[in-house]
Structures are given as structure tokens and as C-alpha cells.
Ligand binder design. Structure first.
Ligand code: SF4
Length: 324
């Protein structure tokens, strides 16, 4: 069953760039192995994470490579059809660039959760864009119950690079902050926070901390942790200690209140209660911890379960530490 491209993806150790970091070849292999009369390929260009614009940059500059990555999947997987699932902004910006007779473009407006792979499949089927229970995984039972390969824009871009023998373990990073120029950079995978900031001249000369991974879901890291690699979506927010951390927490909370799908109570109510407390600028740590535990233990999907990560790390490593 192992095709040439699967072997290449395996050797390259390409991991999905949508945030979860799952080995790409395993997804492709699972879709290939599952017997079904029809299979689907979806390029996820929802990019709903707060402040993240990495896929936008790739679509802007390398749309041909993304299309070529999708076509490699179409060639590899028999009886398959392909879609690109784009948020409203990207649809209007890139619909002409991405025009291809073998690929259907789908426009969505479902916010953060709309980019979750099973939620986007529900949306394409005409249902509410909310996550499905897993297993079954979408690679076995996805769109219209058929095996479905969902990879994000950056992953398809690198599939085409791997096929051409031009991949050397790179990935895209996005760096953002009030006191830096920042931008999108293509650098080696596995680089540490310190290496990335120094090599791109975004290392502040005043005390600062970062949010690493994602714009809302990423963990706060202080200087003593800058030798860790940047995982997840490759996002780094550079934050000076002069900035008000409550403003950032309020942005996260507002984003999560609007970006969840309302399917389950802990996430719907929990994010709202967090926002209420932050707006008052008065933290009740015990109450917050109760909400965090409920979110972690009883949320239906990763969005709710991961919600405590940025808040808890910012409160512990920055707010409480500075009041010791
Ligand atoms: S955890 Fe949040 S985003 Fe996930 S299903 Fe529940 S309400 Fe929706």
C-alpha cells in the first residue's frame, strides 16, 4: 500500500502544520488503506486562530505549490475529490488564484471552531459547524462517511516541496508584538524561541515574555523557557512587561466566547465567566481554577479543554509572580 509519496512524507517526517503535529504520512496512509467507493481531500484554509496569518501569507505567495500539493493527494488517492475550505476573507482574496478545474472552493464563516476538521466536514455536509465525536476519525469516516484527508495549507505546501526534493525541515513562524516589526518567516523546524527571535531581530532589549504556539491557545513562556522549541501553529507573540496583561486576557476571552460553537455548557458558560471576571480586572483565583478544571475535564473538544492554558500560564508566570 505504501506509495512513493507516502514513503517520502515518512522519511521527511512531515507533521501536520494545523497545530496538532500529527505525522502526515499516517493520515495519508489511513485514507489510502480504508476501503470505500469514494474518498475526499480537504485543504483547510480556515485559519481561525487569533492573530494568525501564516496560511494567508502562503496563499498569497505560494498558491501554486499549495495546489500542486493537493493534486499530489488527488493522484495518490483513487476516486478522490478535493476541496479547499476558506474563511470569508481568504475566499474573497484568493478565489481567483486558487481556481482549478479539479478543486472545489468552499467559503465559510464559522470562526475559530469552524477550522476543526470534523466541524468543517459537518459544515460542508450542510450541518452545524460543530465537532464530531472521535473515533471514528475523519480519515476513516469523514465527509459523507467516506475516508477524508484533511491537511492545512502549510502542510500541502510542504507536500509539494517534498515531492520536488526541495524540503529541508523548514516551517513557517509568525512573530507579532507591539514593540517589534515581526512578520512571517520560513525557518528550520524545532528552533527555540530565543533562536527564532534573535535570528529575525525580534529579540527585545527590555524585559519581555512570549506566548508561543497559537494566538489564543498558546502558552505563556518567560525568559527561563526561551530555549524550548516553538510547537503548535508556529506563532510567537512578544509581550513587554510594560503592557497590561489584562488587555491580552480580555482579547483571548472575547475571542473564545465568540469562537466556540455553543455545543457544550462548560465551554459556552466557562469562557463567558472568564471574560466577565477579566473585564472587572479582579481575579478570583479559586473560582477561576474551578472553571478551568471543569473546562479541562468536561469539554467536548480540544478548544474547551485547551482554554485554560494561556490564562493559567499568564496568571502564574506573570501576574502572580510580579505580586510576590
Ligand atoms: S468545547 Fe467548546 S468548541 Fe468544543 S464542542 Fe464544546 S462548545 Fe464547541
Amino acid at each position: 500500500m505504501e506509495t512513493d509519496i507516502i514513503q517520502k512524507l515518512k522519511i521527511a517526517d512531515l507533521r501536520g502544520r494545523g497545530g496538532a503535529g500529527f505525522p502526515t504520512y499516517l493520515k495519508w496512509e489511513s485514507v489510502l488503506k480504508t476501503n470505500a467507493p469514494k474518498k475526499y481531500i480537504i485543504c483547510n484554509a480556515a485559519e481561525g486562530e487569533l492573530d494568525l496569518k501564516k496560511d494567508k501569507y502562503i496563499l498569497e505567495h505560494y498558491s501554486k505549490d499549495v495546489i500542486s500539493g493537493i493534486k499530489i493527494a488527488l493522484k495518490t488517492i483513487d476516486n478522490s475529490s478535493a476541496y479547499i475550505y476558506l474563511n470569508k476573507e481568504y475566499y474573497s482574496l484568493f478565489k481567483d488564484k486558487l481556481k482549478d478545474e479539479n478543486i472545489v472552493l468552499i467559503e465559510e464563516d464559522n470562526g475559530y471552531i469552524g477550522g476543526e476538521e470534523s466541524a468543517l466536514i459537518n459544515f460542508i455536509e450542510g450541518k452545524i459547524a460543530e465537532p464530531r465525536k472521535k473515533p471514528p476519525f475523519v480519515s476513516e469516516k469523514g465527509l459523507f462517511n467516506m475516508p477524508t484527508l484533511v491537511n492545512n495549507v502549510e502542510t500541502f505546501y510542504y507536500v509539494s516541496k517534498i515531492e520536488k526534493g526541495e524540503y529541508d525541515s523548514e516551517r513557517f513562524y509568525m512573530i507579532l508584538g507591539e514593540k517589534i516589526n515581526g512578520g512571517i518567516y520560513e525557518l528550520k523546524e524545532g528552533m527555540t524561541i530565543r533562536e527564532i527571535l534573535k535570528s529575525t531581530k525580534n529579540y527585545l532589549d527590555c524585559p519581555f515574555y512570549v506566548q508561543a504556539g497559537g494566538g489564543a491557545c498558546g502558552e505563556i513562556m518567560t525568559e527561563d523557557e526561551f530555549d524550548k522549541p516553538v510547537l503548535g501553529e508556529g506563532f510567537i507573540r512578544v509581550i513587554s512587561y510594560e503592557e497590561d496583561p489584562y488587555n491580552l486576557m480580555e482579547r483571548w476571552a472575547e475571542f473564545l466566547v465568540n469562537g466556540n460553537c455553543d455545543k457544550c455548557t462548560p465551554c459556552r458558560e466557562g469562557t463567558y465567566r472568564i471574560l466577565e471576571m477579566i473585564k472587572k480586572r479582579k481575579l478570583d483565583i479559586d473560582k477561576l481554577e474551578e472553571i478551568f478544571l471543569a473546562l479541562e475535564k468536561t469539554s467536548f473538544c480540544a478548544l474547551g479543554k485547551g482554554t485554560p492554558i494561556p490564562f493559567r500560564s499568564l496568571i502564574k508566570k506573570v501576574i502572580l509572580k510580579n505580586h510576590d
